[in-house]
Design a protein around this ligand. Structure first.
Ligand code: F6P
Length: 355
């Protein structure tokens, strides 16, 4: 039976979202289904009339697959169950979203989001009787169930390239270069880029560090005749006394500068910091993210076509499967301190702050 489905992207943007959209539209088109794009996540369903754009396959003939960002727009603010109002109060606006969804005559919804957005979308779907399938995206790669979320590979590419670009200048000036990367509470970007980019020191929130170990690593490198060092630090790594480096808006930020200073004090090595920030999110999607995004997009439509709902499509063991949404998002996926990445890093004598 022909269906009309809604599609939205929610939470922080990342590389590969347009690839997901393209795949959903393409697969749905093959089934004779209509796709209505909802703008700026759930905000599009709070607008009156709802902010939507019909999506057709011909829109994707050009360069959209290759572009960063999301053509639908997104938001990582404004939980509809506690929506911040102008007068400073919080209001439950979930009913308005469900009402708009119904007014559009949609049969199902596909939402692309991280764990926070997916939890909100699941709650809305349960309340409104909406058939819902989720697709995991986040540069942080911390949606527990999936091996890869859309956007992660691009962020790792950008961070690796930053280390590639820092190495020559570090060597030219005999400096320690500290690169601060995103990742929210997880160290996935830092550890993967650290290994790929040949970092000497990788600090992630999952592994407690000691400043003496970091200083000792730098002196070992000196003893070997090395005049520079590369360090990568995940934004959520706490300061020595245990507090997180946060900006005034409650976002992480500043731990790179903190370490650059500590390293100078502890070793006398001249240090500089680079804070990579949102270039990890807005870069053109890597081939891996275009692949993961399109595979998940096709699978999401097929999951709905199979009559399933309240599922998350995930990448696991060289395949895509769908799993119950609640199970998939119940625990954030941190870096496993005994997992492959950490074993590899230790095998390469990368200093993780505890060795
Ligand atoms: O969750 C994705 C992410 O990029 C985190 O890595 C980072 O801490 C946060 O979003 C930044 O959020 P904003 O775009 O609101 O500054």
């Amino acid at each position: 039976m022909a269906k009309k489905i809604g599609l939205l992207t929610s939470g922080g943007d990342c590389g590969g979202l347009n690839a997901v959209i393209r795949a959903v539209v393409s697969r749905a088109g093959m089934l004779g289904w209509e796709v209505i794009g909802i703008e700026e996540g759930t905000h599009g369903l709070l607008a009156r009339p709802p902010a939507i754009q019909p999506l057709t396959t011909s829109m994707f003939d050009g360069d959209i697959l290759r572009r960063g960002g999301t053509l639908l727009g997104t938001t990582n603010k404004g939980n509809p169950f506690a929506f911040p109002m102008e007068d400073g109060t919080k209001k439950d606006r979930s009913g308005e979203i469900i009402e708009a969804y119904k007014s559009l005559g949609l049969d199902a919804l596909i939402g692309v989001g991280g764990d926070g957005s997916l939890a909100i979308l699941q709650k809305l779907a349960a309340q409104g009787g909406i058939k819902f399938v989720g697709i995991p995206k986040t540069i942080d790669n911390d949606v527990g169930a999936t091996e890869f979320s859309v956007g992660y590979a691009t962020a790792v590419d950008v961070a690796t390239q930053a280390l590639d670009n820092l190495q020559p200048t570090a060597a030219s000036h005999s400096r320690v270069m500290v690169l601060e990367v995103m990742g929210r509470d997880a160290g996935h970007i830092a550890i993967a880029a650290g290994i790929a980019g040949g970092a000497d020191i990788v600090l992630i929130p999952e592994i407690p560090y000691k400043m003496e170990r970091i200083a000792a690593k730098i002196s070992r490198l000196r003893d070997l005749g090395r005049n520079f060092a590369l360090a990568i630090v995940a934004e959520a790594v706490p300061r020595i006394e245990g507090t997180a480096a946060e900006t005034a808006t409650g976002r992480f930020g500043g731990i790179g500068r903190y370490f650059a200073q500590l390293i100078e004090e502890a070793t006398g090595a001249e240090s500089r910091v680079t804070v990579l920030g949102h270039v990890q999110r807005g870069a053109p999607p890597s081939p891996q993210d275009r692949l993961v995004g399109q595979a998940l997009g096709v699978a999401a439509v097929d999951t709905l076509a199979a009559g399933k709902s309240d599922r998350l499509v995930i990448w696991q063991n060289r395949d895509i499967i769908d799993v119950p949404l609640s199970d998939a998002i119940k625990a954030p996926g941190a870096v496993d301190p005994n997992g492959l990445m950490i074993r590899t890093a230790r095998g390469l004598d990368i200093c993780l702050g505890d060795n």
